[in-house]
Design a protein around this ligand. Structure first.
Ligand code: THU
Length: 156
């Protein structure tokens, strides 16, 4: 038996400490919270992805009376970006969320299904996809999806 350890790393920023590009992406994600359609949970989530040409595509959570038919903000944004710009890569994603549109104190972290989809677009790009998770007082930055989703399924 070998005892192995895994170290994940991320950085915690105040909003003002972010680079101009990251700040812009965070602002787009926070703005996209207003477009959430979440009559069942009242939890509003906005996401914004930065593409390889520098452009930004936004998404928000879209709920449905048949609950599993709804979709998270992150996947809404990534699928919209890839559907509209299949030739471009996703370089970065920001996500912001909170009950009744108020940002959570502790940043609301992406669900597992969204992390798996991020992993796929990182794989498609062949380059790190950074993830910014936005809270009321701080922003967590993961330089690559691997730091948010260790042991990514990547076998096929
Ligand atoms: N939600 C997201 O949009 N992203 C996540 O990563 C987790 C959860 C949405 C789904 C649902 O509309 C609401 O938040 C409550 O779970």
């Amino acid at each position: 038996m070998t005892d192995r350890k895994l170290i994940l790393s991320y950085k915690e920023y105040t909003f003002d400490e972010l680079s101009g590009e990251d700040r812009q992406l965070v602002e787009a994600a926070v703005g996209a919270m207003r477009n959430a359609y979440s009559p069942y949970s009242n939890f509003k989530v906005g996401a914004a992805v930065r593409l390889s040409d520098g452009s930004i595509v936004i998404g928000s959570n879209q709920e449905n009376a048949a609950y599993p038919s709804g979709l998270c903000a992150e996947r809404t944004a990534m699928f919209a970006a890839s559907a509209q710009h299949p030739e471009l890569d996703i370089r970065s994603l920001a996500v912001a969320g909170g009950l009744d549109g108020q940002l959570e104190e502790v940043p609301a972290s992406p669900c597992g299904a969204c992390r798996q989809v991020m992993a796929q677009y990182q794989r498609k790009a062949g380059a790190p996809l950074s993830v910014l998770v936005v809270g009321a007082e701080c922003v967590w930055k993961f330089d690559r999806v691997d730091d948010l989703l260790p042991f990514i399924f990547d076998s096929i």
